[in-house]
Design a protein around this ligand. Structure first.
Ligand code: ADP
Length: 729
């Protein structure tokens, strides 16, 4: 890194939840790396106008920004930037402030503008020299413009990244709205056409369709066949015949038919309401800007933070030869990609749609998009399309079983699995209350543990929390392996589908090992990881872990706000997560916790002492920029000695302030491989936890001092020693 850099951050184009997280991460990371941080207010408009629109930012200026919706530094559409004169003014302003790197967070329009600016930069600088605005000497350090892009967009419409900052918050809002609408639709037996944003990109509509179990969706990239009217009415009619009292059709604002004509919400409504056809009482709800508003969900906060940090690193590592990059996420990894390529590919999708080359448009979206589309089609059209069914001889009887503690999404997974089975002609069977239920209540009574699914009931499970078929922690060995093996034979199960966390994983391991002894266990057995702790080996993501993080982040936001009347408050919050610090670490990253204590790292007196000193310093410097309280998160098993209450008491004692305490992409991997190579059984967590490196970022951004473990660190001490130790430092 040559000298100290001045890095400016701006947000541009349509706002999206998470943009503030980007600004916070960039500002703090820049300062952490010894650079000066600036914000350009009001997007390109601010860049063109300069002066007061470009402001130096300090560490505390961005405090609490993770919990704020929209963008606090403003955004605008700027016509002037489309013209060379506007871009020339922007160049002049950057040079005037001495800024040598620019990080831009926006959609494809903003990134196109950024790319143009970068390409033109040498000629703009030359013009500033030729017209005598600056001398060649003055311009010398600015011959090359260092630009890095970040994708902030609710549509998830940029090629080359699995997710854009804000898209999951928008999706959460759409799902929430559809849940509300479903309740009223069901009451009146109505049909609703829900219009969501997405001019060229159907991601929101598709994912909302999958997540809420909508009857039908319309997206721009994949128009239905010419008979879409009959097709939609056929599906809706079928669902009504099965007993569904509500009809939900989700339509992207850019929905098209195969000829490229617009399909509007009105057209869909008229069809559903047509007295000669379905004759449903139908309403339209256009969700509009509700989708943009509000604070970011945990995922977007994490993405904003990690990508913001990466953007600053990219700026510092760039040389004049490095191609301009955009920060993306692919399969859970933050990656730098060519900005120009990403923007060009995105434009190609729009072009393909315009040319009605829909296969190409679909092909340009990532593979997950097509898979989601296929699974939506498979799970919505239950038993409608006989063509989808497998030949009689290949049909299977599949037992569904939930194991371990309930996690958000378990029911949705059962629903999708059952729908898939029914569509393909398989026979899904519910095994109630885990292996314990199976072993003890298997009789043939109507309330026995083994029952066929009632589709009408299951259909409503997409948005239900908990576990409708009941779950139990008991392992097959505890229930009796022989009993379980006999029952599998007795009920003639061809396959077992387990949904659950570490216990479920353990159960699968046991069943696999017992195969030699019990041939009836030699059937396909699959585990879908679902646990809030996200500690199942072999996967980076378990169902329910994001729901848990969202709840935690929302809760922490409220707690922080509750301190605003008194200021100078620290809350110590205990999180779940077993012996895995995932929930605490990611939760901490999402709310900007001052410190996070995890079982992986443990808690020591030295660590506490360092954090107390840090808090004292922080409060001494506090100029009242934000009145929100500060948070410390501690995992329930981080330490045998220090719990949330004790830490809060130590802080209160030491800081003499006012503190308060509160104890408060699918890959199949063979289980044998995961068990042998990737599992740390005693601690019930994976050996390599992909998120561990995020812990550092979670510490850097709130300014927590780096803690280096020392030999002298005390472990295994008793509470009374703690008191003594603290008094001594
Ligand atoms: P988004 O970034 O959300 O796609 P827009 O398409 O409105 O939003 O772009 C935001 C701003 O980026 C525009 O108002 C304009 O200032 C700038 N911009 C977009 N496209 C270009 C371009 N081709 N050349 C120069 N500036 C552009």
């Amino acid at each position: 890194m040559a000298g100290k850099k001045k890095i400016a951050i701006m947000t541009s184009g349509g706002d999206s939840p998470g943009m503030n997280g980007v600004v916070r991460a960039c500002v703090r990371m820049a300062i952490h790396m010894g650079c000066e941080a600036y914000c350009v207010y009001e997007g390109y408009e601010g860049l063109v106008r300069g002066g007061n629109f470009i402001r130096r930012m300090q560490w505390l200026d961005v405090r609490g920004w993770l919990s704020e919706g929209g963008t606090l530094i403003g955004t605008a559409r700027c016509m002037a930037f489309f013209e060379r004169a506007g871009r020339l003014a922007a160049a002049k302003n950057l040079v005037a402030e001495g800024i040598d790197a620019l990080i831009i967070c926006g959609g494809d329009g903003s990134l196109t503008g950024a790319d143009r600016f970068r390409a033109e930069w040498p000629s703009l600088i030359q013009e500033l020299e030729d017209t005598g605005v600056y001398t060649a000497l003055q311009l010398q350090p600015y011959r090359h413009l260092n630009i890095v892009g970040l994708v902030g967009s609710i549509d998830n419409d940029l090629s080359g990244t699995d997710a854009t900052i804000g898209c999951y918050s928008a999706l959460a809002r759409v799902c929430y709205a559809v849940d509300l609408i479903e309740a009223t639709a069901s009451s009146h037996s109505r049909a609703f056409v829900v219009e969501v944003m997405g001019r060229h990109c159907g991601w929101l509509a598709l994912m909302a369709g999958v997540a809420t179990g909508a009857d039908f969706i319309f997206i721009p990239e994949k128009p239905r066949e010419d008979n879409w009217r009959e097709e939609m009415c056929g599906v809706v009619e079928h669902h009504r015949k099965l007993g569904r009292r509500k009809t939900i059709v989700i339509i992207a604002e850019g929905a098209l038919d195969r000829e490229g004509n617009k399909i509007t919400s009105e057209m869909v409504k008229d069809l559903l309401a047509d007295k000669k056809g379905l004759g449903l009482d139908t309403r339209i709800t256009t969700l509009g800007h509700v989708q943009r508003g509000g604070t970011a969900v945990a995922y977007d906060r994490m993405l904003a933070t990690l990508q913001g940090v990466e953007a600053v690193k990219a700026v510092l590592e760039a040389t004049p030869e490095t191609p301009t990059c955009v920060i993306t996420i692919n399969e859970n990894k933050i990656v730098r990609k060519g900005l120009i390529e990403a923007v060009q590919e995105t434009k190609m999708v729009a072009k393909a749609i315009e040319n009605q080359d829909f296969d190409r448009a679909m092909g340009l979206r990532d593979t997950e998009f097509s898979e989601q589309y296929r699974s939506f089609m498979m799970t919505t059209a239950v038993q409608v399309n006989k063509k989808m069914q497998v030949p009689e001889k290949d049909r299977m009887k599949i037992g569904f079983i939930n194991v371990g503690a309930p996690a958000g999404g378990m029911n949705a997974a059962v629903r999708a699995g059952v729908a898939y089975c029914l569509s393909r002609g398989h026979e899904p069977i519910a095994i109630y209350n885990g292996f314990a239920g199976f072993a003890r209540h298997h009789g043939d009574s109507p309330l026995g543990a083994v029952r066929p699914f009632d589709w009408l009931e299951v259909d409503g499970w997409a948005s239900k929390g908990g576990s409708e078929i009941g779950t139990n922690r008991e392992l097959p060995s505890e229930s009796g392996m022989e009993t379980i093996a006999d029952l599998i034979e007795q009920y003639k199960f061809d396959a077992l589908f387990l949904i659950g966390g570490f216990e479920a994983f353990h159960a699968v391991c046991q069943l696999r090992k017992a195969r030699e002894q019990f041939p009836s266990l030699c059937i396909p057995i699959t585990l879908l990881p679902a646990t809030i702790s996200n500690n199942v080996p072999g996967t980076e993501y378990s169902l329910g872990s994001d729901t848990c993080l969202n709840e935690l982040v929302e809760y922490c936001d409220k707690i922080k706000q509750s301190a605003s009347a008194t200021r100078r408050r620290v809350f110590v919050i205990e999180t779940q997560g077993g012996r895995s610090g995932y929930v605490a670490t990611l939760g901490g990253l999402g709310v900007g916790a001052t410190a996070v204590y995890t079982p992986e790292e443990g808690v020591s007196l030295e660590m506490l002492a360092a954090d107390v000193r840090h808090l004292k310093k922080v409060f001494a410097q506090d100029q009242g920029q934000s009145r929100a309280g500060r948070l410390i998160l501690i995992n329930e098993k981080a330490s045998k000695v220090y719990n949330a209450r004790l830490i809060a008491e130590i802080l209160r004692e030491e800081a003499h302030g006012r503190f308060e305490s509160r104890a408060l992409g699918v890959v199949f991997t063979p289980v044998a491989k995961v068990e042998e190579e990737k599992t740390d059984c005693p601690t019930r967590r994976p050996k390599a936890e992909f998120w561990l490196e995020m812990k550092d970022i979670g510490d850097i951004l709130p300014g927590r001092p780096k803690y280096v473990p020392r030999e002298s660190d005390l472990t295994g001490i008793k509470p009374k020693d703690v008191k003594r130790g603290i008094e001594g430092f």
